[in-house]
Design a protein around this ligand. Sequence first.
Ligand code: NAG
Ligand code: NAG
Ligand code: NAG
Ligand code: NAG
Ligand code: NAG
Ligand code: NAG
Ligand code: NAG
Ligand code: NAG
Ligand code: NAG
Length: 721
Amino acid sequence: MKALFLGLLSLLFLRSSNAQIAASETNVLLQVQQLLEYPQVLQGWNNWTNFCSLPPSQSLAVVCSGNHITELSVVGNITNPRSLSKNFSIHSFFSTLTNLSNLKVLSLVSLGLWGPLPRDIDLLGSLEVLNISSNQIYGNIPASIATIKNLKNLVLADNVLYGRIPNLKGLQNLEELDLSNNHLGPRLPSLSGNVVSVTLKNNSLKFEIPSALQSYDRLERLDLSANKLSGPIPSFLFSLQSIQYLSLSRNHLSGELAKNVSCNKNLKYVDISNNFLIGKLPVCIQSNSQNRTVISWWNCLSNSSSKYQHRYSFCQKEALAVKPPAMNQKKRTTMKLGIVLGIIGATVGIVCTIGILVFIIYRRKAAAKARHHKDNGFIFDQNPARGSPIVDSRHRPQTMRRMATFGLPPYQIFTWEEIHDASNNFDYSNLVGEDSQGQVYNAWLRDGSPVLLKRMNVKHKHSPQIMKQYKESLSKLRHQNLVSVLGHCIANNVGNPNLTTIYVVQEFSINGSLRDHFKDWRKREVLKWPQRMGIIIGVAKGIEFLHRGVAPGHFGNNIKMKNIMLDENLNPKISSYTLPVPSKVGLESPLNRDTARESSLYACENPEKDDIYQLGVILLQVITGKLFNSRSEIAEMKLQLETNLTDVMPDSSPKMSDLADPSLRGTFAYGSLKAAVEITVHCLEDDSSSRPSIDDVVWHLQYSIQVQEGWNSSGNLDTRV
Ligand SMILES: *[C@@H]1O[C@H](CO)[C@@H](O)[C@H](O)[C@H]1NC(C)=O
Ligand SMILES: *[C@@H]1O[C@H](CO)[C@@H](O)[C@H](O)[C@H]1NC(C)=O
Ligand SMILES: *[C@@H]1O[C@H](CO)[C@@H](O)[C@H](O)[C@H]1NC(C)=O
Ligand SMILES: *[C@@H]1O[C@H](CO)[C@@H](O)[C@H](O)[C@H]1NC(C)=O
Ligand SMILES: *[C@@H]1O[C@H](CO)[C@@H](O)[C@H](O)[C@H]1NC(C)=O
Ligand SMILES: *[C@@H]1O[C@H](CO)[C@@H](O)[C@H](O)[C@H]1NC(C)=O
Ligand SMILES: *[C@@H]1O[C@H](CO)[C@@H](O)[C@H](O)[C@H]1NC(C)=O
Ligand SMILES: *[C@@H]1O[C@H](CO)[C@@H](O)[C@H](O)[C@H]1NC(C)=O
Ligand SMILES: CC(=O)N[C@H]1CO[C@H](CO)[C@@H](O)[C@@H]1O
């Protein structure tokens, strides 16, 4: 009896004290528990939990103030990290959190969160601490994060973030930035001068340490270790007004430190190990002292207290190999080039001419093309309220600001030096592959944007006329559904006049291939029917452009899932098409078709219809969600679908829906699926001559999309992701 009374009393008490925070915020917490799939640390939360007086622990803190929740800190099991199921949607998770309108501290560590950070993360506008380290957040850091004005600590360490770090200068209150163990780069972000701790270790930073750091008067801790920074260590780092901890280890830093470097007296820790430094250390970091730890091994220093040093020649060689790209130093171009050439003893003469004519022709064609492509882009915007341009023009130099309609900079003739810098002297670590045409490198333009660089050697000498036609044909390979050609450089070898090296700079797509998206179920979940049709029509339009948009047509393009790159808006780009090489006979056949055929899995005598067949295979995989490895599997699936189509029985319809990828359920209009299946079956005809032309395919796909759009707009589809 007494126990019951006490129980009732405590219940009443709990209810009333919980009532201090708005009921809606209690609901948000319970939803958070559910969306996080009931992690151990939140076990026991229920309708009766008094969230404002939970005993504080290392892994959980809820703090209330007034009648609002101001802090939510949840740390999952770090030793045994888990991953949330495919039901998890980071987008709805964060939009649930935005209902905690006064939230100042948000820590969600090691909870298995996955997905890209929502672009509208700035809706959490009162945040001061955002700590979502040790999860599986991928993609770019949204630029809107820089508008959360009160942010003091931003910790996104141990995730899978990649790409540029947005400009964070607007975060005037930012004190701690920790982005370690991601793939961010290639440049350090701009920060306000108030920052106290910057940790960017183990990312993909390149280039020299920027002099902007000089103005960070409050910076106490700087960790840039395990990146690919190059160039010298600027002296000012050691004497920054507040610096205490400085780690630059495991980079490609080179050169000699100035002898007169002076150190801030509070500098307690310096790690410059594993670089390519030479010469003697300045006095203030010459050895460990009572108050200063210095780690300097594995350089080529001659007066270091550490025994572990490489020989001088090692650093000279390595430093040369990673010579930092010259930024905005056009004037030095020829002189530096001469030095480099002298050192490597090469006899390559450089003839990169500016094809003004090509450029003018291109501009005229681009304008015509732009008109042509204006209204046939079919991309389902995942986030219609916040459509943002694919390319952020603010970071591009003036000359590149004039965008063509589909977001490409104007075609560019590169100098050999630019090519050389972009690839870090064709550094082996940048080599991504080699095919019958040549090597492909990862490279970075001077504005930091990543590109692909293809190097092809061409034997035979070609007449200026043929070279002119050739350059023109290269510069035409630009379309929103192609991994477009951004520019080129042609270098003639002085020692061997019959050898020409052609460097082609192509777009780089950071977001992975269509096949990657299908193999990773998380990414696949994002691809509902409208998204998949948007991708397929893009691929078809890319093929249409290759077949019809350039003269002569470009056939046998080795169209495969792994060769379709997706950008961040899920716009597909065909990457596999064979680049033209100059031919002896001029424009008659500027394509090296033999290589195209060799590399094609289903080589056949009709390269045009071969492309159609391969588009059919992609359609089949996109519809069924299966990845096929053999022609017989494809034939079998085609047969099943075909039977379904020709069967007049009305109950055949559910069968077709069953053949479709289960994760598409509820997202397609039946008529749209049927139209897509019809054209797929048609593309996969055994007899190549009965396959449709690309124009037919595009027409049918557009019809399928129209059916789908009608269905969407009658309120059938929740297009949120
Ligand atoms: C919590 O309350 C909601 C409605 O207020 C109810 O639907 C739900 O079943 C309750 N849950 C528990 C565990 O009592
Ligand atoms: C973390 O997971 C491990 C292994 O499952 C388990 O032994 C440990 O108790 C967990 N720790 C916490 C804090 O839950
Ligand atoms: C995911 O959602 C489906 C349906 O909503 C449900 O049946 C399944 O159990 C959920 N999976 C997990 C791991 O929560
Ligand atoms: C958040 O607030 C909005 C409007 O106040 C409401 O419609 C929505 O259901 C709330 N979400 C949660 C998870 O409480
Ligand atoms: C972020 O979380 C990690 C892991 O719990 C912790 O070590 C770190 O101190 C946190 N940082 C902030 C600013 O909360
Ligand atoms: C560096 O970061 C990657 C992920 O970006 C991680 O897998 C790796 O373990 C990290 N390396 C070190 C030494 O921390
Ligand atoms: C160090 O010496 C260089 C010239 O050798 C000079 O330009 C620089 O101002 C000196 N720095 C300091 C801090 O004395
Ligand atoms: C080391 O620090 C102590 C106090 O922290 C100070 O008295 C001493 O002078 C310092 N030694 C050197 C060599 O700077
Ligand atoms: C020039 C210079 O700094 N020389 C120093 C090299 O290191 C020894 C001790 O290891 C010093 O005695 C020298 O002054």
